[in-house]
Design a binder for this molecule. Sequence first.
Ligand code: SAH
Length: 233
Amino acid sequence: MSLLFLCGATTSAAMANEDAHYVAARAAMVSEQIAARGIKNPEVLDAMRRVPRHRFVPAQEQPHAYRDTPLPIGRGQTISQPYIVALMTELVEPKADSRVLEVGTGSGYQAAVLAEIVDHVYTIEIEEELARSAAAVLDALGYDNVTVRAGDGYGGWPEHAPFDIIVVTAAPDHVPQALIDQLKPGGSMVVPVGPIHSVQELRLIRKEQDGTLREKNVTAVRFVPLRREEPQE
Ligand code: SAH
C-alpha cells in the first residue's frame, strides 16, 4: 500500500494507475505466455515480471507491448516475442556472477532481462541509432550493469572475453568462431542458426571444461539476420 500526498496528486495518481495497468499486463504475460509454455526458472519469471517492456518499444507500439508477438522497433528490426526472450534466458542458466555477451542489443529489452539476474551484460548493436536509444532507456531505468556498444558483434567483444554466457539475437548462417572462442569452458551460448529471412534453429551450445562443444537444437525460430559491417566475400 502507498499513500499519495498533496503536491501533484493528480499526476501521481494517473501515473500510479498506468503503472498498475502495466504491472497487471506483465503478470498476465508471464502466466499465460511464459509459465504456461513451460518456463520454470523463478528468477527468469521474476525478471520478466519486473522489466517494463513497454519502455523498450516505440510510443505507438506501447499498447501492444505485452502481447504474444514480436514488435517493430525501428530501422527494420524487431523486439522478440516475450516467450522467446524468456526461453533464451532460461536456456543459458544465468547466475548472479555471470558475465554475459549479447550480440544484437536492438531495443535493450533482452539485455535488461539478463541484467536483472546476472553480474554484467556487455551488448553490441550494429545500428548506431538503436544502440543509442537502448543505452538511454537502460540508463533511465537504472541498469548500471549493462554496457552498450555500437558496432559489429560478429567478432564478439574480445576486450571483455571470456564470457559465461553468450546470447545472439540476430541469425547467422553458421556460428561465428570468434563467439565460440570467447565462451568460457563451462559456459553456454544460445544462437538462432540458419538461412536468412527464413526459419532458423534456436541452438544451445555448451562448452565443456575440456573445450568440447555439446550442441542441441531447441526449436524453430525466426530472427532478423546477423549482418556484417564489411561486405562478405
Ligand atoms: N535483443 C533485441 C532484439 C534484437 S533484433 C531486443 O531485446 O530488443 C536483432 C538486432 O541485431 C537488430 O537490432 C540488428 O540491428 C542487430 N544486429 C544485426 N547484425 C548485427 C551485428 N553483426 N552485430 C550487432 N548487432 C547486429
